[in-house]
Every structure is written in structure tokens, then in C-alpha cells.
Design a protein around this ligand. Structure first.
Ligand SMILES: [Zn+2]
Length: 249
């Protein structure tokens, strides 16, 4: 497998010879307002795509959407993607996808098999307490196929029991985490902080960890440099790709 960070949580993943697109956010920079009640009020996305959106969706065979918050599924993605593409997501989002005209929607409760790839859904906590409940439900995905490394794309979650369980159950060789320490003016971060990423790396010392979901949405305050600095100080390795950068596993 190899994966390319497009921007934020949007990934292109080549897996078992298939081209997957994960959490497509394809709007032009600055077309959406800042997230309400959040620090650093600037229009989103903060940065442009590394390639034009039509080029990003070219050749994609299947799409995985962890949840439908605007930084994981936006209007440009819904408009540009072919309506008959296999679209995998959590059950709670099925009606939304169908309402947008998608006809090949695969809601995943636990696992589905598509071609020769097993796609499993994992849980997560998109924040703590009341905020976490308001942000729910969210999902992550595990990809498995013979001859490929098991890949866990954790989605928007903090370091929590669901993530620990997914690591224990699937023993992934590759783990993609959504960092950025996204937050509102009040309450705890709703995506992974540097400490969360560190905890995950230490809990899965043999996994190749890839940290994304930074520097593209206004309320994600943890930068790539901050994260790299804190991981280095703890002597922990993780890939922190730039937009448009391929990571091999
Ligand atoms: Zn997000």
C-alpha cells in the first residue's frame, strides 16, 4: 500500500491495487466560514488543495467517509464524485449520502468485503463529555487484504478506549491519526493532541504511524512543527506528511 495526504484528513490510498479516497474535503480555500465558537477565526479551508479537485477524484474506485462533518465531506466532494462510486461510511450517514444522489452506499456496522478488501468500522470519541456526545457518531476504518499491511485509519477521535481496542483487535501495521488538537473556545480538544499521538505511538510501537488533520481548518491548533518537536523530544517516530506528499508503508 501507499498513501498520499491530499489535505487535512483527505487521503488517497492505493491498497491491493485499488484507489481509495478517504474523507474528501475538496472545497477551494476560504469558501466556508470559520467553525463557530472556535479560536483563530479564519475562513476554511485555510489552504488550497495540492492539485485541482477534479484531478484528486480522477481514478478513484471507492470512497470512505468517517463522518460527514464539513472537514471530511463537503459540497465539492459530493458534486464531483461519480454517484455510482462505492461509498462506505457509518450507518448514521447513509440517508445523507442517498439524499445527495449516491446510489452505491455501503453503510458499515462491523465489516464488509469489497472486491478482495475487508473494510471494518471502528469507533471513537470526537471529544469528551457533552461536546463529544454532540459530535458523535464518528467512525474509523481498518483495511485488510492478503499481502497488504493492515491499515487503521482512526478518523476524528481522541486517544480513548475505542482506539485502544482497535489497536488490540486488528494489530495494524499502519495507523493514520487525525491530530490538530481541534478545539472550541470551551472544552477539551476533539481530535488528537501531541500527547494523544504520543500515547498511541507508545501503545503500538511496531506500527507505522501517520499523523494528518493539521493546518487546514481554523480550530486545529496543533501544527506539524509542534507535533514533530514533541514526538522528537519523546524519541518517538511518526510520519507527518505535507499536503500532496506520498507515504510508503
Ligand atoms: Zn475533522
Amino acid at each position: 500500500m501507499r498513501l498520499c495526504l491530499i489535505r487535512h484528513a483527505t487521503l488517497k490510498v492505493e491498497y491491493q491495487g485499488h484507489a481509495f479516497l478517504i474523507d474528501p474535503m475538496l472545497d477551494d480555500a476560504g469558501v466556508r466560514p470559520a467553525i463557530q465558537n472556535s479560536p483563530n477565526p479564519r475562513n476554511n479551508p485555510l489552504v488550497s488543495l495540492p492539485a485541482p479537485a477534479p484531478e484528486v477524484v480522477k481514478g478513484v474506485e471507492a470512497v470512505l467517509v468517517s463522518h460527514t462533518h464539513g472537514d471530511h465531506w463537503d459540497e465539492t466532494a459530493a458534486r464531483l464524485l461519480a454517484k455510482d462510486l462505492p461509498l462506505f461510511g457509518q450507518e448514521a450517514d447513509e440517508a445523507k449520502f442517498r439524499g445527495q444522489g449516491f446510489v452505491n452506499v455501503w453503510p458499515i456496522e462491523d465489516s464488509v468485503r469489497w472486491r478482495d478488501v475487508e473494510i471494518s468500522r471502528t469507533g471513537g470519541q470526537h471529544g469528551t463529555g457533552e461536546i463529544g456526545r454532540a459530535m458523535a457518531p464518528v467512525s474509523g476504518f481498518v483495511l485488510r487484504a492478503s499481502g497488504e499491511p493492515t491499515a487503521y485509519i482512526a478518523g476524528d477521535t481522541i486517544w480513548c478506549d475505542e482506539v485502544r481496542e482497535a489497536l488490540a483487535r486488528y494489530q495494524p501495521s499502519v495507523v493514520v491519526v487525525n491530530a490538530g488538537a481541534a478545539q472550541f473556545l470551551k472544552g477539551d480538544p476533539i481530535t488528537m493532541t501531541a500527547d494523544d499521538v504520543l500515547a498511541l505511538c507508545q501503545a503500538a510501537p511496531r506500527a507505522h504511524v501517520v499523523a494528518v488533520h493539521m493546518e487546514a481548518i481554523n480550530h486545529c491548533l496543533l501544527t506539524r512543527d509542534d507535533l514533530a518537536f514533541q514526538l522528537e523530544a519523546a524519541r518517538v517516530r511518526a510520519a507527518i506528511p505535507g499536503d500532496g506528499e506520498w507515504v510508503k508503508s
